[in-house]
Design a protein. Sequence first.
Length: 115
Amino acid sequence: MSLYRHLPGARLSEAVVVNGLIFLAGQVPENTEADARAQTADVLAQIDRTLAALGSDKTRIVDATLFLADLADYDAMNEAWDAWVAPGQAPARATVQARLADPAWKIEIKIIAAR
């Protein structure tokens, strides 16, 4: 079994690759001043970059968990998500409301993808 830690830190790795699967750490927005749609698009762009660095892409995502600070942002989040997901390639997905670590974050996304 091969295991690779991408951008490891003291507390977490940005991603871990094992047995052909990529497990991304929760991705949060860089622009905390933006609305929910823009924060979602920001996080999805980060996911694209990380997956590309690891030899994968959004068409290979098998599971996504989306954490929203406020379910009132569900429609705005889905606007960005629906524009991003490749047609016919939507992963299994769950969306839950959660109290996020930074009150400025409207969303956090956790992904599992095939390499």
